[in-house]
Design a protein. Structure first.
Lengths: 326, 336
């Protein structure tokens, strides 16, 4: 398998300005601060982290909805950060996005047919006669009755709307899909239907996917590898089961231990690591390891230098100097 | 004698689209100091049940059609407004899901915190303020004396929820109703908040009604659980029983559709179809159309919640008749 997507020292800063006439930049929110990542074709990468850690900014930067400040996004050997906007538009059919809220991400004034037909047309112009057949085929793929294609989004339930959003993402036959919290707004019984659908589609169409969620059990179930983010940087990366069951980084440990398990007997036995306080502001991140103020294992050396994401075990990476000791 | 006893509660909403039977014949009782969970999906009636008890249902369109809620010798559903006001926020208080929308953005935290003390306890302002600062310290807000004068937007999500908890507990209520208090928070902050509620509950001996859709939170937090579906309680038992021996197919299938209980690669168990339209006055069990165990009787006879084992009630007719027993489809082991 070859490298499909490569992020090299990717940085996205949002400048903060002060004043109106004598406007000057007084700082920057470092939403992404040096992310390195390689994805293989057909891989599902789970991305977890607390709100504000930069998960969505990473998704949007890869999609080039937000320009990156530094570093590069390379998809199949083409560097997105250096091509023209027009060339980017042509490339966009290859990578699509599914958003969290299917109530907000579908145009309420377009029927399902309009929405999907428009998305199909972005890859190639298709004659008006063939379009309904294509749309019907897409709807069947995502498990929607094709005879409902003339309906509007409000006539569907939340789960069905998310299926429409998935169908729209699949319409231009993309190679990469970024799903930003696609099941968070859904009820448990509907969530499992959508997860099954996503897993099936990825397998059958050999899609590469970045699956963003704050729910670790969902991410563990669906992805091949998990990347854990904290304050704009990756702190751990490895095979999904290993990362959840034997986390290396203290932050991953705390994150995993905070997830309540639906089994009262397990709950009674387990020891929870409760982190103190909130994540610090990305405007003014702490020196050294950005996690050290909340880390139960922090030592003096953690405050001095920022650890890089390094290989600690085969296929497993962590950004912590104390991995071997704790 | 139970602390709170709810009997045959029915709350309907009269809308242009028809009558929505949001809560349909719900009964339960809450003991002193107990933590009772109400689990269910959106639209199952968990919040409306609690809003009805506290008199927070907007009328019209809402109407409490029948029922009683006995608390300290009065019926909360039929007592005069003045009497209810002395209970609201004093003896029964509530925390909501989203702390940003339930705190007043125009009022300083200090003013919002002292309000219950001024209203209910007829306390002086300076004395109330001292108590408010102490209550903020008790929920783990450092430097409370200066931060009490800030506005809600100056706090983070987790801190706002702490303020809400401090406000709800300031007059030492007998019952705290928590409506999805951690749903909008990160897991790490959720763990902090759950730990805090548990701690304060132990200190004050408050009973808690915990509304959630997260079975994981239920397992770690509640003593007793009511599972709701389509406005009715379909199963109720102590937490261990709910998970170890589910007696209603809805509860069993809900547990089996959680990714946490699944091996990778194995497809997730799914419940086919959608919850019923509550404007239709259907006959039979509301879960029957989606239930793998449903028989003819389920579509004809209205089920009632009955005890089938000590301390364990189910509203499944076929289970009550002993036609179905072990509802777990396969043995699953819980991991994260």
């Amino acid at each position: 398998m070859s490298t499909f997507l490569e992020l090299d020292n990717l940085r996205t800063y949002f400048p903060i300005y002060k004043g109106t006439i004598f406007r000057r930049q007084i700082g920057a929110v470092k939403a992404l601060d040096g992310v390195n990542l390689q994805l293989k074709t057909g891989e599902i990468l789970g991305l977890v982290g607390e709100s504000g850690c930069g998960k969505s900014t990473l998704a949007r930067t890869i999609m080039q909805l937000i320009p990156n400040t530094g570093g590069s996004v390379v998809l199949e050997g083409r560097n997105f950060s250096s091509i023209t906007r027009r060339a980017l538009r042509v490339e966009r059919v290859n990578f699509q996005m599914i958003f969290q809220d299917p109530y907000a991400s579908l145009n309420p004034r377009m029927t399902v047919y309009d929405t999907l037909a428009e998305a199909i047309q972005t890859r190639q112009r298709i004659g008006a006669k063939l379009l309904p057949g294509k749309v019907a085929q897409l709807m069947t793929t995502v498990g929607l009755p094709a005879n409902q294609m003339r309906r509007y989004p409000h006539e569907f339930s939340g789960g069905q709307r998310q299926r429409i959003a998935i169908a729209r993402a699949l319409a231009p036959e993309p190679k990469l899909i970024i799903a930003d919290e696609p099941v968070s707004a859904l009820d448990v019984s509907i969530q499992s239907q959508i997860l099954n659908l996503i897993a099936k589609l990825c397998r059958e169409m050999n899609l590469t996917m970045i699956f963003i969620s704050h729910d670790i059990s969902v991410v563990k179930y669906i992805s091949d590898r998990i990347a854990v983010m904290y304050l704009g940087r990756l702190v751990e990366l490895g095979p999904a089961t290993d990362v959840v069951e034997k986390p290396l980084h203290p932050y991953t440990r705390a994150l995993v231990s905070a997830v309540p398990v639906p089994d009262p007997q397990v709950e009674r036995r387990r020891q929870r690591i409760i982190l103190q306080g909130d994540p610090p502001s990305p405007m003014n991140p702490p020196a050294g390891c950005t996690f050290h103020p909340r880390c139960p294992y922090a030592i003096a050396a953690c405050k001095a230098q920022r650890p890089e994401l390094e290989q600690k075990e085969p296929n497993r990476f962590a950004a912590c100097i104390r991995v071997g000791e704790i | 004698m139970a602390l709170l006893e709810v009997e045959n509660l029915r709350t309907y909403f009269y809308t242009r689209g028809g009558i929505i039977r949001a809560v349909d014949n719900v009964s339960f009782s809450l003991e002193q100091g107990e933590t009772m969970g109400i689990v269910g999906e959106s639209g199952s009636g968990k919040s409306v049940t609690c809003y009805s008890i506290l008199g927070l249902i907007p009328r019209p369109p809402g109407k409490i059609v029948s029922g009683r809620a006995r608390f300290g010798g009065i019926d909360l559903l039929s007592c005069p407004k003045e009497q209810l006001r002395r209970v609201q926020g004093k003896r029964i208080s509530m925390i909501f899901q989203d702390p940003m929308t339930s705190l007043n953005p125009y009022m300083r935290v200090s003013d919002q915190l002292v309000e219950p003390l001024l209203v209910h306890e007829k306390m002086g302002r300076s004395q109330a303020l001292t108590k408010a600062i102490a209550s903020l310290e008790e929920v783990g807000i450092q430097d409370a004396a200066s931060r009490i004068n800030l506005y809600p937007h100056q706090f983070s999500g987790g801190m706002r929820q702490r303020v809400m908890i401090a406000m709800a507990l300031i007059s030492r209520p007998e019952i705290l109703i928590a409506d999805e208090p951690t749903t909008s928070l990160d897991v790490t902050v959720q763990a902090q908040i759950l730990e805090l509620i548990k701690q304060r509950q132990k200190d004050l001996g408050t009973a808690v009604i915990f509304i959630t859709h997260d079975l994981g939170v239920v397992a770690s937090f509640c003593d007793y659980v009511n599972v709701m579906y389509a406005g009715r309680i379909v199963e109720s038992a102590v937490t261990d029983e709910i998970f170890a021996r589910p007696m209603h197919p809805y509860n069993a299938s809900l547990q089996q559709s959680i990714p946490a209980l699944h091996e990778k690669g194995q497809p997730l168990f799914t419940i086919p179809g959608l919850p019923p339209d509550l404007t239709i006055d259907f006959r039979g069990c509301p879960f029957a159309p989606r239930c793998v165990h449903a028989g003819d009787i389920c579509k004809e006879q209205n089920p009632a919640l009955k005890q089938t084992a000590p301390g364990h009630k189910t509203a499944c007719i076929r289970f009550q008749r002993g036609e179905i027993a072990d509802l777990r489809l396969r043995n699953v082991v819980a991991t994260v």
